[in-house]
Design a protein around this ligand. Structure first.
Ligand SMILES: [Zn+2]
Length: 205
């Protein structure tokens, strides 16, 4: 599928043991602060793709993310899927999201759905569309947390962009899987990095 998405970032093409942790759908009280604590204890860096409407509601949690040095990306304002609202409204929703999450150069499409030809329109705003190569599926309540952990550990490799969710839906799996993944990262000599450190020339398109 990747050739369909020129301009989107999937992972960094590197042989160095470095990965990019990303968290979508927050900030959410109780859950995002727990994630912050886990990351701090592990000395891990991460990028949070925030929903604008959640930032509006939970300003304090959002400010905390920033003061703790985490990187912020935009995940739209209302988390509506692009194909349901059309390009014009989609771009408007990004702009509204950026009012709360911005300034940022990173955008992740809600529900992971985006039309390749929309990426050009989004790029004109000076933001990059960030997808992933490792999806934890932590939001899938039919999965056991160890399956979520396995989803990550089976697919992780140098340069991976990994997706978790700091959301109520993902919480039962996240609270078990994240500590396991952080442990694995450390044991296997990987570092965690912010998206801003992606070498632009090494982007895997
Ligand atoms: Zn989302």
């Amino acid at each position: 599928m990747r050739w369909l998405f020129p301009g989107a970032i999937w992972r960094e093409k590197t042989v160095e043991k470095r990965v990019f942790l990303t968290f979508d759908d927050g900030p959410v009280p109780g859950i995002t602060p727990w994630v912050i604590q886990q990351l701090k204890e592990a000395g891990a860096k991460a990028t949070f793709f925030c929903i604008g409407d959640n930032v509006r509601k939970y300003q304090g949690v959002f400010e905390n993310l920033k003061t703790e040095g985490f990187e912020i990306g935009c995940h739209g304002f209302s988390h509506r899927a692009g194909h349901k609202i059309g390009l014009k409204n989609y771009l408007k929703d990004i702009d509204r999201g950026l009012v709360y999450c911005g300034p940022t150069q990173w955008f992740r499409p809600p529900h992971g759905i985006i039309f390749p030809w929309w990426i050009t329109a989004i790029s004109k705003k000076g933001i990059n569309v960030v997808l992933w190569d490792v999806l934890s599926c932590d939001y899938d309540r039919s999965l056991m947390s160890r399956e979520v952990t396995a989803n990550v550990l089976r697919n992780i490799r140098p340069g991976s962009i990994i997706v978790f969710h700091d959301s109520l839906k993902a919480w039962p799996n996240l609270k078990e899987a994240l500590p396991e993944v952080l442990k694995w990262i450390k044991l296997n000599g990987y570092t965690t990095e912010l998206l801003t450190s992606i070498n632009q020339n090494k982007r895997k398109l």
